[in-house]
Design a protein. Sequence first.
Length: 186
Amino acid sequence: MRNTRVAHRYSKALIDMALETNQLEQVKKEIDAIRKIDNRELRQVMLSPIINHEKKVEIFKAVFNKISPLTTSFFNLVFFKGREWVLPDILDAFEEQYKKLKGIEIIELTTAVPVSDELRNEIKQIFQNLERFKGKTLEVNSIVDESIVGGFIAQSGDTLYDASIRYNLHLIQKQFVENLYVQKLR
C-alpha cells in the first residue's frame, strides 16, 4: 500500500533541512546510494514489526556508516515514528521533489525496438525546443514495447505524445467502425 501523503511530507522535510544546511547535493548522493541497495533481508528487517526502532537504527547505522549526520538523524526520526514501512515511498518522493526543485523533466520514451543513444539525444533535442520544456533539463528513459508496432510514445508527467503505429491503426479502425465514409456519400 502506497502512502504518498506521508512520504511527501517526510521527503519535503528532508529537502528543506538539506537546503537550510546547504547539504542538498550530499543528501541526494546518500539517498541515491540507499535506493540502489536492494537487499531482501535488509528490507525484511526494516519492515519487521517485531524489531524495535532502536535496533533498526543500529542496523541502519551499521549498513550505512558513511552517511552525513543530517541523513542519519532523518532516518532515526523515521524509525522512531514507526514509518519505516513508508521508506521506499519516501525515497521515491525525495527523488521526485529533487527533480522538481532542480527543473529536471523525465520523458518516458516507448519504442518498438531499442533506440540508439544518438536517436535518443535527437529526440531529447526536439523536446528541448518545445515551449513546455524551455529552461528545463531533460532526461530520457527508454522503454521497449513491441506492441506499439513502430513509431514512438513519449510521456512527461500528464502530457502524452503518441506517434505509434498502434495508435494510428486504432484511429483507422475507429473510422471504419463509425463508417464515416459511407455517411459522406449519402
